[in-house]
Design a protein around this ligand. Structure first.
Ligand code: NAD
Length: 252
């Protein structure tokens, strides 16, 4: 199947914007969804074949609007990338319930709501592919990430539930776990100590680029991944696969 239309959430900047541009470069039409109106407007201004949708994917009625508006503009939906996410790092003792709920609402409830709403529409036109964006923080626990890391661990399992249920109906669902990428989100939550720790813990010894995450997302949506379903792909320079010792080894 050719995935000629895509919905990308959190598309106004960072990994989402790079992903939208990747779909456009491959000749697709893209509904670019974001709750930051100004950023969305400036991101979409230079682009053709896009539908800017100023929406919050943590709210069920706005998710319905996202689907309806995309159908009105494009007629069908072939691909969905659940990229919108928020991060707020802090110790458990200082993570307020409001912060916990806000992170869960966008990072975990969002991909539940969007897939629930998009799947029947995708099935009407023969199926499609979905990629959920989790994080290496969903694989490996760390200090300060009780809400963010737990939400992303949830996204990893949600992906498997969605893949199990929709696979035989014609929708593949996979997950990408990015390593650190120097987006606005990372600038907000990665202090100097975290940055050094990442360099020490990543065999490739660097941050990733938005484009490198977008390439993996596009691959999983494309027909080249036609037998890949329910998988979790870390795009992280080797972070998830390694343990201790890299700084010592580099020093030798
Ligand atoms: P970013 O903050 O630069 O961009 C996220 C975009 O999502 C923003 O434009 C924001 O307005 C939008 N957004 C947030 N909540 C929304 C909501 N409820 N509804 C609609 N739009 C919403 O972030 P990024 O670094 O590009 O991250 C993209 C995804 O990748 C996130 O899910 C993030 O958790 C994940 N991720 C990022 C990194 C990293 O180091 N940057 C690492 C691992 C995973």
């Amino acid at each position: 199947m050719t995935h000629s239309t895509a919905v990308v959430t959190g598309a106004a900047r960072g990994i989402g914007l790079a992903t939208a541009k990747q779909f456009l470069a491959e000749g697709r039409q893209v509904a670019m969804v974001d709750r930051d109106a100004a950023a969305l407007e400036s991101a979409c201004a230079p682009l053709d074949n896009v539908l800017p949708l100023h929406l919050d994917i943590s709210l069920p009625e706005q998710v319905d609007t996202m689907i309806d508006a995309t159908l009105t503009a494009f007629g069908h939906i072939d691909a969905l990338v659940n990229n919108a996410g928020i991060a707020d790092f802090g110790p458990i003792a200082r993570t307020g319930f409001d912060v916990w709920q806000a992170i869960m609402a966008t990072n975990l409830s969002g991909p539940f709501l969007t897939v629930q709403a998009a799947a029947p529409v995708m099935l009407r036109s023969g199926g499609g592919a979905i990629v959920n964006i989790a994080s290496i923080s969903g694989h490996r626990a760390s200090t300060l990430r009780v809400a963010y890391g737990t939400s992303k661990a949830g996204v990893i399992h949600l992906t498997k539930q969605q893949a199990a249920e929709y696979g035989n109906q014609g929708i593949r669902v996979n997950c990408v776990c990015p390593g650190p990428v120097d987006t606005e989100m990372a600038k907000k939550v990665h202090d100097a100590v975290i940055r050094q720790s990442y360099h020490d813990s990543i065999p490739l010894n660097r941050y990733g680029e938005e484009r490198e995450i977008a390439e993996a997302i596009y691959f999983l949506v494309s027909d080249k991944a036609s037998f890949i379903n329910g998988q979790v792909l870390s795009v992280d320079g080797g972070f998830e696969s390694t343990g201790i010792g890299l700084p010592d080894l580099r020093a030798k």
